[in-house]
Design a protein around this ligand. Structure first.
Ligand code: EPZ
Length: 422
């Protein structure tokens, strides 16, 4: 397993190009199952999760061709050979469950392994199941797999979600495009990745209105056709790299960044005394004082503060002047970066879903362990300002969601290198 070594103390300067959104690509790729004609994605991120989704789709009989080093992904589902998403793939990546809705819509059946829990929580699928049952699917859990059938195809319905689940919204949105009649999703997730999926589905001939709001209305159609779609910019990678100059000092311009993708996050940065400027090329970030100010943060569904930026924000607040309170309201166990940051000298009290961070004026490099995707990058961010050397182990978590971190940060002056694992 590879490790990443960061030596702190170097202010950053320059530009970082932000890639296409992992969490958009992971729902856009299964959309290919909805039609026999080719779907091509451009601006796709080059990540291990995309390779995992590629394997899954290929196991169903989809032809997937990666071009330009993975930035272009051409898919064709003219001849599916299976409707079974195997445990071995699904357990590695929960987003594999996003083939459930499209397979039900296209093939009227699907056998999808339950993902099982992961580091940040139990990750159940009850909201997906009840939503698809509202469209007429019959879903039964047998030997760890969801066995789903839609006799005579799916039928449009009103689908109230008990919680604005991103994945459940995506599964139902894709399924409803081919259901007979009208579907209304109530309390739908509003994330930019949902809007990106809806705009791609419209290019494929779907009739969708209200994406980006809590009420999405879909008129089912008989068939969809192929399309080409550019993946939206990754707002989580954007927010992550916006924090790098705040923690390390200096100024960085994140190319491709737009304020509209990170409004609640930027509001918190500005409250902490950080200057964010929207340029023609992206977002320029620098800290106005020598340290950011403490701020309180509560994670919520979009447009609230994103849970996927909580760990990175905690890394910044470790260095802030004053005490910050972080409330994690989306996942039940998403503070595993806290004990690792404490090994570097951070002062953090965790009680249930609340972490109180007492800012310190310096931290010390240490050997730390990555536990999940966003926790691992928060440790790298902290290493940018810690005295001495920080070694982040098990960085395979990192490679799931961040393209070439060491290259992107190295190019703006960070002292960072990857050590190949044994
Ligand atoms: C998506 O996961 C993202 N993943 C996550 O990003 C992100 O943290 C999450 O949305 C919230 O924004 C992808 O898009 C691939 P949810 P998803 O369904 O769809 C509970 C990252 O780091 N829930 O909105 O799985 C669930 O347990 C990843 O890139 C149910 O109880 O998130 C969680 O507590 C991590 N029953 C909460 O809702 C269900 O049926 C939010 O889950 C579904 C979800």
């Amino acid at each position: 397993m590879d490790s990443i070594i960061v030596r702190g103390g170097r202010p950053l300067s320059g530009q970082i190009a932000i890639a296409g959104a992992k969490n958009a690509a992971l729902t856009l790729m299964p959309a290919t199952l909805l039609c026999e004609e080719p779907l091509t994605l451009t601006n796709a991120p080059r990540l291990s999760d995309i390779r995992t989704m590629t394997q899954l789709l290929q196991s169903l009989g989809v032809e997937v061709t990666a071009m330009q080093g993975g930035k272009v992904v051409a898919m064709s589902s003219h001849g599916l050979t299976s409707t079974r998403a195997d445990y071995d793939i699904v357990r590695k990546m929960r987003a594999s469950n996003l083939v459930l809705g499209p397979l039900l819509a296209r093939e009227h059946q699907a056998i999808v392994s339950l993902p099982g829990g992961c580091a940040i929580g139990a990750r159940p699928m009850d909201i997906h199941i009840s939503a698809l049952e509202a469209l007429g699917a019959e879903i039964e859990l047998k030997d760890g797999y969801l066995h789903a059938v839609a006799r005579g195809g799916l039928k449009g319905a009103v689908v109230p979600l008990r919680f604005a689940s991103v994945g459940a919204t995506e599964n139902v949105l894709m399924a409803a495009t081919l259901a007979k009649g009208t579907t209304v999703i109530e309390n739908a997730a509003r994330e930019p990745e949902i809007v990106d999926l809806a705009s791609c589905l419209r290019k494929m001939g779907a009739q969708i209105e209200g994406d980006g709001t809590s009420r999405i209305e879909i008129q089912g159609v008989d068939r969809l056709h192929g399309a080409t779609h550019a993946v939206v910019t990754d707002r989580i990678e954007l927010g992550t790299y916006m924090l790098a100059p705040v923690i390390a000092g200096g100024e960085v311009e994140c190319l491709g960044g737009r304020l509209s993708l990170v409004e609640s996050f930027v509001a918190k940065l500005q409250e902490a005394g950080i200057e964010v400027t929207e340029t023609d090329l992206g977002l320029k970030v620098r800290c106005l004082g020598d340290r950011p100010k403490a701020v309180d943060v509560t994670t919520e569904p979009f447009p609230g503060f994103p849970t996927d930026l909580q760990a990175q924000m905690m890394a910044m607040l470790c260095f802030a002047q004053g005490t910050s309170v972080l409330e994690e309201r989306i996942f039940e166990n998403r503070f595993m970066h806290a004990p690792e940051l404490m090994r570097m000298g951070a002062r953090i009290d965790v009680h249930g879903g609340t972490a109180t961070v007492h800012g310190v004026d310096k931290m010390k490099g240490a050997q730390v362990m990555a536990t999940d995707l966003r926790a691992s990058v928060s440790l790298i961010l902290a290493g940018l300002a810690a005295e001495g050397e920080t070694q982040v182990n098990r960085v395979y978590h990192l490679d799931r969601g961040y393209e070439h971190v060491e290259e992107k940060l190295g190019a703006v002056g960070a002292q960072i290198e990857r050590i190949q694992g044994q």
